[in-house]
Design a protein around this ligand. Structure first.
Ligand SMILES: NC(=O)c1ccc[n+]([C@@H]2O[C@H](COP(=O)([O-])OP(=O)(O)OC[C@H]3O[C@@H](n4cnc5c(N)ncnc54)[C@H](OP(=O)(O)O)[C@@H]3O)[C@@H](O)[C@H]2O)c1
Length: 355
């Protein structure tokens, strides 16, 4: 077994570790990790590893963690009923050569990992979808699925919630880290709604790329927040930058209709801008919670169908600009991780790693 490990209390320290082969117990299956995407979203899993239990999905030796990734794996061996070797799966994976799971509710569409250490974690992360029966799956879009599927799912739900709460027509919607894939997917969905005005907030280095997307009505760099008109507005915060949040809240004050905290791409600036914020209290958006709500409203299959229907056109559009950086082996995983951690990846690009 090979693992890529990150020091939990210093995310810049990382190493590749070898360990003994694993013996399966009855009811378990061994997945061979094939390939996964790596974006700022995965760095956020590490940043929030303790606070939101992301380190608990794939336990590692003391003080170290395996950063969760989204990708494809194949069943290598199985002692679990209804889980056949050779089945290709999409799901939440460690940056490791292998993963042991304890499949439950195995069916044509896949299974849930019911390993005791995962039972209390949000169910959406424990599901492994068999590609043969997956409405999102197309063999020619595997790279985009690994990179964008979980982000698109989030963005679909952000758009859905803003529409549900009548926020899409209450003045402009400002999105920070507008160059991130999550922000782009949210903008893609929102832009399809009548009368929506989208304002991209981004860094100077990402501004040209954001404009070229022709998705947002206007692109404003972080230091130019004051150039925006003070009017009712909604803030979708993907950057998580404390000082930026304060600048937006101070500028709009009580005119800010809603402030939604979605991401932490600026993970080293979380602590800035402390003290009481003008305007509404930011509300943390957690996709798994919204999935629970919409699964209750529409049924699990109903939600999947709606997201999958919206997903395919997004996939086609993204293929026109996304540059996939392919890497092979664990050293490539380490290099890609450090590049994403340090914000060295161009917004048009994203890493796909095969181990
Ligand atoms: N709440 C939820 O349920 C949920 C679900 C999914 C994703 N998310 C969050 O959404 C965020 C975006 O994820 P993604 O995978 O879409 O990101 P991504 O595409 O990898 O984002 C790239 C952009 O993020 C900014 N950035 C990245 N690294 C940075 C660094 N080290 N320092 C400063 N800026 C940096 C830059 O944007 P700018 O130049 O435009 O600032 C960069 O162009 C993540 O924090 C993720 O966790 C939240």
């Amino acid at each position: 077994m090979t693992d890529f490990l990150v020091k939990r209390d210093d995310l810049r320290e990382c190493r590749i570790a070898e360990s003994e082969a694993i013996e399966l117990e009855p009811g378990q299956a061994l997945l061979r990790v094939d390939t996964f995407g790596l974006t700022a979203n995965n760095v956020t899993y590490a940043v929030m590893g303790e606070a939101m239990s992301y380190w608990n999905f794939f336990p590692a030796e003391d003080g170290w963690g395996r950063v969760p990734m989204w990708g494809f794996a194949e069943v290598e061996r199985s002692e679990a009923e209804g889980v056949e070797p050779g089945t290709r799966l999409y799901g939440y994976l460690p940056p490791s050569s292998h993963l042991v799971v304890a499949p439950a509710r195995a069916a044509e569409r896949g299974f849930v990992d019911a390993s005791p250490h995962r039972v209390a974690l949000p169910p959406v992360y424990n599901r492994y979808a068999a590609t043969a029966a997956d409405p999102f799956y197309r063999p020619d879009t595997e790279e985009i699925q690994m990179l964008l599927r979980p982000l698109f799912y989030t963005s679909f739900l952000v758009d859905d919630q803003l529409a549900d709460e009548a926020l899409v027509s209450r003045g402009p919607i400002l999105i920070s880290s507008a160059s991130s894939k999550t922000a782009i997917a949210a903008a893609f969905m929102l832009a399809q709604r009548e009368g929506v005005e989208l304002v991209a907030l981004t860094s100077p280095r990402s501004a040209e790329f954001v404009e070229e997307l022709e998705l947002y009505g206007r692109t404003v760099t972080y230091e130019a927040i004051d150039s925006l008109e003070r009017e009712p507005a909604t803030y979708i915060d993907v950057a998580g930058d404390g000082e930026l949040r304060r600048a937006v809240h101070s500028h709009f004050g009580d005119a800010l209709a809603y402030s939604m905290a979605v991401g932490l791409t600026h993970w080293e600036e979380l602590g800035g801008g402390e003290g009481e914020l003008p305007g509404p209290r930011p509300v943390f958006f957690f996709a798994p919670d919204r999935i629970t709500k919409r699964s209750a409203d529409w049924g699990g299959a109903g939600l999947e169908r709606r997201v999958a229907d919206a997903w395919h056109p997004f996939c086609e559009w993204t293929a026109g600009w996304l540059e996939v950086i392919l890497g092979h082996g664990f050293e490539a995983v380490r290099d890609a991780y450090l590049d994403v951690l340090e914000g060295r990846v161009a917004p048009r690009a994203a890493h796909v790693l095969t181990v």
